[in-house]
Ligand binder design. Structure first.
Ligand code: CP
Ligand code: NVA
Length: 304
């Protein structure tokens, strides 16, 4: 069997997605008595900043009995031009799993091609699958299965939006995307998910009957140079109290964080009663512990 990686959500199927969510919730309640990942080491390569992803993976490995190594291109030979293919072959002979956060998505896919151990995408310019594990865990815990529900994505058609498109296909929910002209997600992803996804340019249309409203920064990491023009383009795409009031009465609000109060979301919504962003952030830890178990103890068991 081929080595299983977690580079985008399509690396798992819907039933594995639900299994990971269930296990994440279980791990949240239980403190495992044994150390299932004893002596296992996770290598973590960060080309971009991180708080949640770094802390959750590092703490998760410790809680499972293993450890994690933080590597930045600045301090490794990757930053001096050592090819990804060489770095992947060397590192994967030493560690048991590798997580990468990179600018270019293909860096992660190329790394995985040459890796002997499972590779996890910790965010690229195209996808952020670990965040969706946590978001969906949060929804399932608070509202039950998301199948047939409606999710509204407000804002940039970015890596988070594109991962929601894939989640909609796997978990069978409807996704209404409202983004400014010129900031749509990849059209190929929308076409592949056409039974689940609708694209519009009007936030008030997207939130009708929505059970979950999700947004993200207007300028992702790497887009900071466009901040001023994006603030102009996204002015009508702020999630505020008026927009929330047009969704279902019990709709939840999520944001992967970090958030910019007063830009993509008002402080009132972020701190308000429908916001579950702190549970969502905490669930990164539990969801990724479930993912690490899945990759290291189940789907790739017996390979090393
Ligand atoms: N949501 C998220 O991935 O946060 P960090 O950038 O802090 O890891
Ligand atoms: N879209 C954001 C997500 C941060 C977790 C970014 O890529 O910067």
């Amino acid at each position: 069997m081929n080595l299983r990686h977690f580079i985008c959500l399509q690396d798992i199927d819907g039933s594995e997605f639900r299994q990971l969510i269930g296990r994440a919730s279980e791990l949240k309640r239980l403190k495992p008595a044994d150390e299932p990942l004893k002596n296992k080491v996770l290598g973590m390569i960060f080309e971009k900043s991180s708080t949640r992803t770094r802390v959750s993976f590092e703490v998760g490995m410790v809680q499972l009995g293993g450890s994690a190594i933080f590597l930045s291109p600045r301090d490794t030979q990757l930053g001096r031009g050592e090819p990804v293919e060489d770095s992947a072959r060397v590192m994967s002979r030493m560690v048991d799993c590798i997580m990468l956060r990179t600018h270019i998505h293909e860096t992660v896919t190329r790394f995985a091609e040459y890796s002997r151990v499972p590779v996890i995408n910790g965010l690229t310019d195209r996808f952020h699958p670990c965040q969706l594990l946590a978001d969906m865990q949060t929804y399932f815990e608070l509202r039950g299965d998301i199948a047939s529900k409606t999710v509204a994505w407000i804002g940039d058609g970015n890596n988070m939006c594109q991962t929601y498109i894939q989640a909609a296909q796997l978990l069978d929910f409807r996704l209404h995307i409202a983004c400014p002209h010129g900031y749509e997600p990849e059209l190929g992803l929308i076409a592949a998910a056409k039974d689940h996804v609708e694209l519009c340019h009007e936030p008030t249309v997207a939130v009708q009957q929505a059970d979950l409203i999700v947004t993200d920064v207007w300028a992702s990491m790497g887009d900071e140079g466009e901040h001023e023009e994006r603030v102009k383009a996204f002015g009508a795409f702020r999630t505020d109290e008026a927009l929330m009031s047009q969704a279902s009465a019990d709709a939840l609000f999520m944001h992967c964080l970090p958030a910019h109060r007063g830009e993509e979301v008002t402080a009132g919504v972020l701190e308000g009663p429908q916001s579950v962003v702190w549970d969502e952030a905490e669930n990164r830890l539990h969801a990724q512990k479930a993912l690490l178990e899945f990759l290291l103890l189940e789907s790739n068991a017996g390979r090393s």
